[in-house]
Design a protein around this ligand. Structure first.
Ligand code: S3P
Length: 178
């Protein structure tokens, strides 16, 4: 089974994935990293040259490929999704139907704090004019319902370290995945 991690940019998906995989002694994949590696271009380059809709198609294509390639494996794998992946209905359908999806739910305060720390250069959805906080709040308002609806497990992660988040996920995994 694939354990997928969803949630807004800056919620810690990419930091939690390797920690969780370490604790479960399994592999992990990062959808964004896979797209960048396979396409030989960074996400900002893809957005700039081909636009957001092309990036969304790539997300769908690589998500489908990762899930299909893993199909039938008797082990577990952790997959960190992009913050907007589940906003594409076909991606959400795949994530819901073929993975055990965990929503790392963070408050806008926490997200803005994390994004200020890491910087937003590699995140075209947060580029351009305007205040980071209002961009986060606006996008979050559009996305929150979809994160909640797609996930099998919703975890409040404010104030938790990746280590603690990984532990909470494991505590809440269905027995069949352990
Ligand atoms: C996006 C989130 C990014 C990346 C792309 C688009 C989004 O991933 O997929 O920049 O629409 O929220 P992270 O959530 O890992 O930053």
């Amino acid at each position: 089974m694939i354990i997928s991690l969803t949630g807004f940019m800056g919620c810690g998906k990419s930091s939690v994935a390797p920690v969780l995989a370490g604790k479960l002694s399994c592999f992990y994949f990062d959808l964004d990293d896979t797209i960048e590696m396979e396409e030989g271009r960074s996400i900002p380059e893809i957005f700039e040259k081909d636009g957001e809709s092309s990036f969304r198609l790539l997300e769908l294509e690589y998500l489908d490929r990762i899930i299909s390639d893993f199909d039938g494996f008797p082990t577990t794998m952790v997959l960190s999704l992009g913050g907007g992946t589940v906003m594409t209905p076909l991606c959400a359908e795949m994530v819901k139907g073929k993975t055990f999806c965990v929503y790392l739910k963070a408050s806008c305060d926490e997200l803005v704090g994390n994004l200020q720390e890491t910087g937003t250069e590699g995140r075209p959805m947060l580029g351009g004019e305007g205040k980071l906080r209002s961009k986060v709040e606006n996008l979050m308002a559009q996305r929150e319902g979809t994160y909640e609806k797609t996930a099998h497990l919703v975890l409040d992660t404010d104030g938790l370290t990746p280590e603690e988040i990984a532990e909470r996920i494991i505590e809440n995994l269905p027995q069949t995945l352990l």
